[in-house]
Design a protein around this ligand. Structure first.
Ligand SMILES: NC(=O)c1ccc[n+]([C@@H]2O[C@H](COP(=O)([O-])OP(=O)(O)OC[C@H]3O[C@@H](n4cnc5c(N)ncnc54)[C@H](OP(=O)(O)O)[C@@H]3O)[C@@H](O)[C@H]2O)c1
Length: 296
């Protein structure tokens, strides 16, 4: 995207790309914009200028998939994206979400009623200054609302031209199957990393069905995991977070990590992981870490 780009800079394109519903192709290393808000994912960032600079730098490094949600801030993350990047460069995909309310810092309450989702989409369109949202994710199923009713609302919003592609977050395989009876689902976003494998079966399901899998909290690692990571990181002369990202990229061709950071230095490190390739032995060593963690 940056025409004057210095060739030596890291590029998200080194990770290859992934298709979203065979309609849009994005580089397989995105950016999560949740951490740009204030403490507790609440209110404005301490340093607004630097939050805007992180977003602009991400695009310079060829990141063309940015994940956000109306609940980050609330509203702050979407507003920052528009302030930093509008008018958006061609090919930039913003994936936002709805279905949570935010009564206060670190507090999240469900609301995936059809009425709330409709007004959430209208609000995101306004804040992001878009006529249509490329990817709209149901942030999480609401236990007090019929899951089908939430998904049907997103399908209607797609028919009305307000949403291009529909996606899910924090779901089981059963949810995905139920949703796919209503509307094509292009991505699923669940918590996942080499050390955190609860959703392995969902990753496999997504791969089989050409659905992108977006791992959140992709840099999570406990103490045992950290020891194995450090050993492999030393061998590559890279940081442990870069190794954690490289594992994800090797785990599945449908994997689309969105590491989040409020620091340009960390962003550059994370994007540099796009070109990192682990050996089979390294991949296997990291893949079995979760068994050691669970056995303790
Ligand atoms: N669907 C959901 O329910 C859900 C839930 C949570 C998150 N998400 C999405 O997933 C994205 C990523 O998740 P996350 O932010 O929870 O987890 P993450 O990306 O695994 O971790 C973020 C944390 O790691 C630090 N970090 C990032 N890069 C680093 C580096 N190179 N070296 C050292 N530390 C680094 C960040 O701090 P610094 O700012 O200091 O770098 C931040 O505290 C979010 O931005 C959001 O878009 C979705």
């Amino acid at each position: 995207m940056n025409k004057n780009k210095n060739k030596k800079e890291p590029s998200a394109s080194a990770a290859g790309n992934v298709s979203l519903g065979r309609e849009i192709s994005v580089d397989r290393l995105g950016f999560g914009a949740m951490r740009l808000t204030g403490e507790g994912i609440w209110g404005p960032p301490k340093d607004r200028k630097s939050a805007l600079a992180v977003l602009r730098r991400a695009v310079e490094l060829d990141v063309n998939f940015i994940d956000t949600a109306d609940s980050y801030g609330p509203y702050v993350s979407e507003e920052l994206i528009a302030e930093a990047l509008y008018p958006y460069p061609a090919g930039l995909v913003i994936a936002t979400k709805g279905g949570w309310n935010r009564p206060g810092p670190d507090q999240w309450t469900h609301d995936a009623t059809p009425a709330h989702l409709r007004s959430a989409v209208e609000g995101s369109l306004k804040r992001l200054r878009l006529d249509r949202i490329d990817v709209y994710q149901l942030h999480t199923p609401d236990p007090a609302v019929s899951f089908e009713a939430s998904v049907e609302t997103l399908a209607q919003l797609q028919n009305e031209g307000k949403v291009r592609l529909v996606a899910l977050s924090n779901v089981t395989r059963e949810h995905i199957e139920r949703a796919r009876r209503i509307v094509p689902i292009v991505s699923v976003q669940n918590r996942y990393s080499f050390a955190d494998r609860e959703w392995d079966y969902v990753v496999d399901y997504c791969e089989r069905n050409e659905i992108a899998f977006i791992p959140w909290y992709p840099l999570a690692a406990g103490k045992v995991a950290g020891e194995v990571l450090d050993r492999i990181a030393k061998a590559h002369g890279r940081s442990s977070t870069q190794i954690a990202l490289a594992w994800l990229l090797k785990r599945s061709p449908m994997m689309l990590p969105i590491p989040g950071t409020s620091s340009i230095e960390h962003l550059e490190q994370n994007v540099a992981a796009a070109s990192l390739r682990l050996s089979e032995e390294e991949f296997e060593a990291l893949s079995t870490v979760h068994e050691l963690v669970e056995a303790r």
